[in-house]
Design a protein around this ligand. Structure first.
Ligand SMILES: Cc1cc2nc3c(=O)[nH]c(=O)nc-3n(C[C@H](O)[C@H](O)[C@H](O)COP(=O)(O)OP(=O)(O)OC[C@H]3O[C@@H](n4cnc5c(N)ncnc54)[C@H](O)[C@@H]3O)c2cc1C
Length: 370
């Protein structure tokens, strides 16, 4: 009989694991508390780079994932606007023209382009909500199941091995294995499993409807506000005629309920003023979404990908930081190989072993609801 694998969390990571497990003949069950792609996996930039993790432990994962993104878009009909891009770096000072500098036609005279960071061979973009929901649909077509529910505990066999998960309403969802893929909410699983902490780091973004006013380009900018503060906005032109822009991070507290994530006061107004200053195309375009979300971060900034030591059938895939959209496919592929075959073949997961970091003391969550 096909293995039943319970995946906690319907973000890009959980959904990619479900897709590759279903492709491998297993029966994954994704349990999502809020909505698939309701958090960072639906609100992030969706920027992908082949070689920007060069020299770090992430490099093999990123390179494999960049290839898989192209293959998935091709194989599944690209309902998520996968496109290759030119990627530039630049700087701007509020209210000052960048005299004599190189310009891009869709940007204002405040913006100086300092160089090209990536070409269509090395940088690409997906629309993250469409990617995550599209991959969930593809997994369902292969036999995966999606359930709405809040995971509050593990179910165990008498010998301590994993038997499934317990939901808030008391239901037990049985499984031969369980994967924690709850993004920054994975910290709540330290109550059930010996895991290191995953923290949430908040970011704000806007989506403008620009039509065809902005070419297939991504821009990484240093922007000095009139008060002297420097922001580092990222601006990506999507295939669906929108432009996504983000800046302004904060260490605000993660709400336990993913549906309750809200922006910091004033953050969107500040970001909107910046966007309208750097581009006449953005100045003329309506804002169609104002978003805030938390990316999952570990103590050493590398993800946790692998088996949980000492608990048979327990796995984790979380803490993908700023590269979770890029690294979702290779993480899904590696986790499916690990769970079904006992070993990841494409990627050496040793560097991402969860027990490389010290275990988080769940007593610190006393008083925090499930
Ligand atoms: C502003 C911003 C821009 C970014 N830009 C990029 C980019 O350009 N490129 C890139 O590669 N990455 C980017 N990232 C990073 C990327 O978005 C994340 O690394 C990635 O989305 C994390 O995916 P995830 O599935 O681990 O977590 P999430 O997307 O947070 O998904 C976790 C899911 O778990 C669910 N959940 C929580 N608790 C429970 C529970 N108890 N039971 C069941 N389900 C639960 C949540 O509802 C949620 O849907 C960006 C992040 C931010 C914040």
């Amino acid at each position: 009989m096909a293995q039943r694998i319970v995946i906690c969390g319907g973000g890009a990571i959980g959904v990619a694991i479900a897709y590759f497990l279903a492709r491998g003949g297993a029966r994954p069950i994704v349990i999502e508390r809020h909505e698939v792609a309701g958090s960072a996996s639906g609100k992030s930039g969706g920027f992908l780079a082949l070689d920007w993790c060069r020299g770090t432990a992430l490099d093999p994962l990123a390179r494999r994932s960049f290839v898989l993104h192209a293959e998935l878009a091709d194989a599944l009909g690209n309902p998520w606007g996968y496109r290759r891009l030119q990627t530039y770096a630049g700087w701007a000072v509020e209210n000052e023209a960048a005299r004599g500098a190189k310009r891009q036609p869709w940007l204002s005279e405040q913006v100086a382009i300092t160089g090209r960071l990536g070409s269509p061979q090395t940088t690409a973009l997906v629309e993250p909500r469409a990617f995550t929901t599209g991959l969930m649909r593809a997994a369902e077509a292969l036999g995966a199941e999606l359930r709405h529910g809040t995971v509050v505990d593990l179910a165990r066999q008498p010998n301590g091995a994993v038997a499934g998960v317990a939901l808030e309403d008391g239901e037990i969802v049985e499984g031969d294995a369980v994967v924690i893929a709850m993004g920054p909410w994975s910290i709540l699983a330290t109550r059930w499993l010996p895991l290191p902490a995953v923290y949430g780091y908040k970011g704000h973004s806007l989506i403008f409807r620009t039509g065809d006013a902005v070419p297939a380009e991504a821009l990484f900018l240093e922007y000095q506000e009139a008060n002297g503060e420097v922001l580092t906005p990222e601006v990506f032109a999507r295939a669906d005629g929108t432009v996504w822009a983000c800046a302004i991070s904060s260490t605000d507290t993660l709400p336990i309920d993913p549906a309750k994530v809200a922006p910091d006061d004033g953050a969107h107004d500040r970001l909107e003023a910046l966007c309208r200053a750097i581009s006449p195309a953005l100045a003329a375009a309506p804002v169609i979404a104002r978003q805030a979300c938390f990316r999952p971060v570990t103590e050493d900034s590398l993800p946790l990908i692998g088996a949980v030591a000492g608990v048979d059938g327990a796995y984790v895939a979380s803490g993908h930081n700023v590269w979770g959209m890029l690294n979702a496919p290779a993480t899904g592929e590696a986790m499916a190989e690990l769970i079904l075959d006992g070993e990841a073949r494409q990627i050496d997961l040793a560097r991402f072993a969860p027990d490389r970091l010290r275990r988080f003391d769940p007593a610190q969550l006393r008083g925090v609801p499930a």
